[in-house]
Design a protein around this ligand. Structure first.
Ligand code: ZN
Ligand code: ZN
Length: 253
């Protein structure tokens, strides 16, 4: 029994991740078209009916567009905060969670926590199972002490490397969108990710996975550098998620 994580795809065009332990398979967000999610699940050796529940982080389309279609086709339970539910009209009858209270789904303890982002009531999640702990963070404008607390003492981390600030500044986005992305309710830039990792890293951290890379305002090489910079290039493995392909399963040993 091993806690494991996979990204089915991550970026501004859609996000969907999996967390698995001992027969419990949680999907975090479903922001890709249903057919794509089905195909990438199959590539990882899983059937949509294996998914125990979907946890939603917030109502932006790149996280929620596939949730309603997936849940309706497969009868999957969906969990989200009341604020996210109020803004996610294509999801019928979601179960409500508090971003300040943990819950257990099957064999996995789920710890939601609130983050600053321009959505109604966004949250992110940490997971614990089999004595291991995995922290996840995307769609966050700045690092709060509470985020550091939630992501400390994790054995593995899957975190946002959205943009390089200089590439965003010089890039093609309209000024209003540039301001939104870089704001305190936007997305983490590479420098913020390095800063976060330098605060929560410890000798037992097994790997970090970069999520939600912008295809316009970041490059895989820069994101990889941002993650590696905080880890002293030591034994920690660095992985990157991509928009158009799934990662392999990443085990937390
Ligand atoms: Zn997003
Ligand atoms: Zn968002």
């Amino acid at each position: 029994m091993t806690l494991r994580f996979a990204s089915l795809g991550s970026g501004s065009r859609g996000n969907c991740s999996l967390v698995e332990f001992d027969g419990t398979l949680l999907m975090v967000d479903c922001g890709l078209p249903l057919a794509v999610v089905e195909e990438r699940l199959a590539a990882l050796g899983r059937d949509p009916r294996d998914v125990t529940a979907i946890l939603v982080t917030h109502e932006h389309g790149d996280h929620v567009q596939g949730v309603g279609p997936f849940a309706r086709r497969y009868g999957t339970a969906v969990w989200m905060t009341p604020g996210t539910a109020s803004a996610s009209r294509n999801v019928r009858g979601p179960k409500l969670l508090s971003s300040h209270r943990g819950l257990t789904i099957g064999a996995i303890a789920v710890e939601p926590y609130p983050v600053p982002h321009d959505a109604r009531e966004p949250c992110q999640y940490a997971f614990a199972a089999g004595g291991r702990r995995l922290g996840m963070l995307t769609d966050t404008g700045f690092i709060t002490p509470h985020i550091c607390e939630r992501l400390a003492a994790c054995d593995a981390l899957a975190i946002e490397c959205n943009h390089d600030l200089e590439m965003l500044r010089r890039g093609p986005y309209p000024e209003s969108l540039k301001a939104r992305v870089a704001s305190r309710y936007g997305h983490l830039n590479n420098g913020q990710t390095t800063e976060l990792l330098s605060r929560v890293r410890h000798g037992g951290l097994q790997w970090v996975l970069g999520l939600h890379l912008s295809e316009t305002n970041n490059s895989p090489a820069q994101a990889r550098d941002a993650l590696a910079a905080a880890l002293d290039g030591g034994e920690h493995a660095v992985h990157l998620a991509a928009q158009d392909t799934a990662t392999d399963w990443l085990a937390v040993l």
